[in-house]
Design a protein around this ligand. Structure first.
Ligand SMILES: Nc1ncnc2c1ncn2[C@@H]1O[C@H](COP(=O)(O)OP(=O)(O)OP(=O)(O)O)[C@@H](O)[C@H]1O
Ligand SMILES: [K+]
Ligand SMILES: [Mg+2]
Length: 714
């Protein structure tokens, strides 16, 4: 019994294609090394940062700046080669520290410029209804400036035009050039319905025509946020960074007290020290190296993400990424290619293929998901071609991740008829509730599809003859090539992977085994995904999650690291704290690496800095007190045999300043990270940077001392 005779052919739809390839763009040629020209170009910025208002944000360096003012004053009042040499190098210390930050910021500035040029879209074609109940096709078009657009405005964008703001495609399908944002030149398909409906302002429509509902306010678009981010204007200190800053400030206070209390002691021994010497001693002792490089390390970490086409909306998320224990991924589109296509209709006994195809198509006519569209297309091969317009009096039931069903209610020859298609359990329950019987065969059909890794959709009908199952639709999906290797890498880093899917347990098990995830959750509703994240977090775990669908949004918001695909829905992109412009689900692996690299770099340079300062103490204090009565014991410590006490102090200050410049490249590039256990990493870094920090000052100071002993007056 065909429900309706085939009539108008279904509209021609461009099939959704997978997102842009994960090919990485190379925005910069330099592999992380600092170009000397970059240092010179950032110099004016470094000088501008000398303003006390900017300096107080870096307490350690603020102390150095105050010290520079004091020594300069005493150099003016009591000029000598020594006082001027110390004054100049103290100022250089502050400038070098500012230079580190300026260079880190400078990299983003050039990028922001390019993005700004993209943003300069001016015109938009807004659609307006002027009568209640108007069809959108009859809405009136008006030209407005892009800056006038508000959320919920509807605009039309045709081939060759630039999309005037972030939004969601509500009608049509088009090829879009997103290279302005992603750097990826291959066009992507954006269309209404499904998880590829979001478009970004500043990108260009290449073919066809789409109607877009604007979702962002002026000044708060994705592009605006991206510009603020790469420029560093929106960067806030992370909790870890704040804690480290407090530690550094406390150390500084302790050393100030120590140096101040040194003076009465020295006076009593008849060797009162000058302001210049006291300031110099203080500066060598306080953790200037890490104080100078701390913010550059943070900025560079964000920058490394941007280079990988990831926009992190918070620095905290980048750090959390370095400590992630558990990674949740959804199945469709993340682990699998995601364009689930209907490949066959498998009817139950006594039902003709055509009848099942017919019912499945009717239930999919207004289903804009890739699955729905592919069912319409497959049914056409059976010669079935209904159009949504035939159902002026029908009621379409859209798919939701909650109900896991979609369908249509309509009247046929005066009789009511309802069709549903969806997840096996959901449809079986629907039939049961209507007094129908679900044959065992239906379960077998579904299991057969699921065991092959496919998604079975059961199709059921209810009419005056009762409710019953007609058969199953086989949606085929393919596990992405190479994904098992990526999961193995994650395991080596100590990260557990969990696949969460709305699909049935049999399909979930098949795909989980093929992809090599550690665990899976099947038949997960959005609440279940959220609950699983909370459960992991309650166990003290840091959780990362990638997703693209609106149904992923709550989970993305709850996760410590929520990576939304750029192809995803606006809701998903709003909820996450990172957006992956390449929409590559395995990007999280790189994000974790960048996060770990950030934490390791900060740890390594902190270790180096503190060890360095301790060593400097032993290098210069004996030299300072050399020849002072009552301190002969200290003389024995003068193992370095430095030329004089003034040259010892000057060498320490010069070394202290130069070490900052020497470490800028490492701070920006980051300490190399190879997947290994946290324990092994810690040991290696303590050894390398701790020992290095202890030894370097002795060698460095001796070398400088050998040179400056020839300076007259040393
Ligand atoms: N368009 C649709 N119409 C009816 N049922 C659908 C449709 N799309 C999916 N389903 C069913 O609903 C289930 C849940 O879908 P949902 O999108 O929540 O998860 P999923 O896409 O299978 O997995 P993932 O969470 O990994 O994306 C699917 O497994 C499928 O059985
Ligand atoms: K120091
Ligand atoms: Mg889905």
């Amino acid at each position: 019994m065909p429900y309706l005779a085939p009539e108008a052919p279904a509209q021609d739809l461009v099939p959704p294609t997978p997102g842009p390839s994960a090919r990485r763009r190379h925005r910069r040629v330099s592999g992380g090394l600092v170009d000397p020209r970059q240092l010179i170009a950032s110099f004016p910025d470094a000088l501008r940062k000398l303003h006390p208002r900017a300096m107080v944000k870096h307490p350690v360096l603020f102390v150095v700046e105050v010290g520079s003012v004091l020594t300069t004053l005493s150099a003016v009042l009591d000029p000598s080669v020594f006082t001027w040499l110390i004054s100049v190098w103290l100022w250089l210390t502050v400038v070098f520290a500012n230079l580190a930050e300026a260079v880190a910021e400078g990299r983003g500035k050039a990028q922001a410029e390019t993005l700004r040029r993209t943003r300069s879209v001016t015109a938009a074609r807004r659609l307006r209804a002027w009568r209640v109940g108007m069809d959108r096709r009859d809405w009136e078009e008006e030209r407005v400036r892009a800056g006038e657009l508000r959320p919920h405005d509807v605009v039309v964008v045709a081939a060759g035009e630039v999309i005037p703001g972030d939004g969601e495609v509500v009608d049509g399908v088009a090829a879009v050039d997103e290279s302005a944002i992603t750097g990826e030149s291959a066009p992507v398909v954006r269309g209404s319905g499904g998880d590829r409906s979001s478009v970004t302002g500043g990108t260009t429509v290449l073919s066809d025509r789409i109607v877009v509902r604007i979702t962002s306010r002026v000044g708060h678009t994705f592009l605006d946020r991206m510009i603020a981010l790469v420029e560093g204007t929106s960067r806030q200190k992370t909790p870890n960074e704040l804690a480290l800053n407090i530690l550094l400030a406390s150390l500084t206070v302790i050393f100030i007290l120590a140096v101040v209390s040194l003076q009465p002691m020295a006076s009593r021994s008849g060797a009162p020290q000058s302001i210049t010497v006291l300031v110099a001693l203080l500066v060598t002792l306080i953790p200037t190296t890490i104080g100078a490089l701390l913010s550059a390390i943070g900025i560079a970490g964000m920058d490394r993400l941007v280079q990988r086409n990831v926009i992190a909306l918070s620095g905290r998320a980048v750090e959390a990424a370095g400590d992630v224990d558990t990674l949740l991924l959804d199945k469709t589109g993340t682990i699998t290619l995601g364009n689930r296509q209907a490949v066959s209709f498998d009817p139950v006994q006594g039902v003709a293929h055509e009848l099942l195809a017919d019912a499945a198509q009717l239930a999919s006519l207004s289903d804009e998901t890739p699955e729905g569209r592919s069912i319409v297309t497959l049914a056409e091969r059976y010669g079935i071609g209904h159009a949504a317009g035939d159902f002026a009096h029908g009621r379409f039931v859209p798919f939701s991740a909650e109900t896991r069903m979609s369908g249509v209610d309509f009247a046929f020859d005066g009789d009511f008829c309802r069709i549903r298609k969806g997840a096996g359990a959901a449809v079986a329950q629907w039939v049961h509730r209507r007094g129908g019987h679900v044959p065992e065969e239906a379960g077998r059909l579904a299991d057969l599809i699921a065991a092959a890794g496919g998604t079975p959709l059961l199709v059921a009908v209810e009419d005056p003859e009762g409710a019953r199952i007609l058969g199953a639709v086989h949606l085929k999906d393919v596990v992405k090539p190479g994904i098992a290797e990526r999961f193995a890498e994650l395991r080596a880093m100590g990260i557990r992977t969990i696949m969460v899917t709305g699909d049935n347990p049999v399909t979930a098990r098949a795909i989980a085994a093929e992809a090599g995830v550690d665990d899976y959750v099947a038949e997960a509703t959005p609440e279940a995904k959220l609950a699983r994240i909370r459960e992991e977090q309650a166990g003290g775990k840091l959780v990362a999650m990638t997703g693209d669908g609106t149904n992923d949004a709550p989970a993305l918001a709850q996760a410590d690291v929520g990576v939304a695909m750029n192809t995803g829905t606006p809701a998903a992109k709003e909820a996450g704290n990172m957006v992956d412009l390449d929409s590559s689900p395995t990007k999280l692996i790189e994000i974790v690496e960048v996060g770990k690299q950030l934490l390791i770099t900060r740890g390594a340079l902190t270790t180096f800095s503190i060890c360095n300062d301790v060593a400097k103490y032993f290098a210069i204090v004996p030299a300072m007190f050399g020849g002072v009565a009552g301190y002969e014991g200290l003389e024995k410590l003068n193992v370095m045999g430095l030329h004089s006490s003034t040259s010892a102090i000057a060498s320490a200050i010069i070394f202290n300043a130069l070490v900052i410049v020497a470490l800028i490249p490492l701070a920006l590039r980051g300490v190399r990270y190879t997947p290994s256990s946290a324990h092994a990493l810690l040991r290696r870094n303590l050894g390398l940077y701790g020992l290095g920090g202890l030894v370097a000052p002795f060698a460095g100071i001796k070398l400088i001392d050998l040179l400056i002993q020839y300076v007259p007056g040393m």
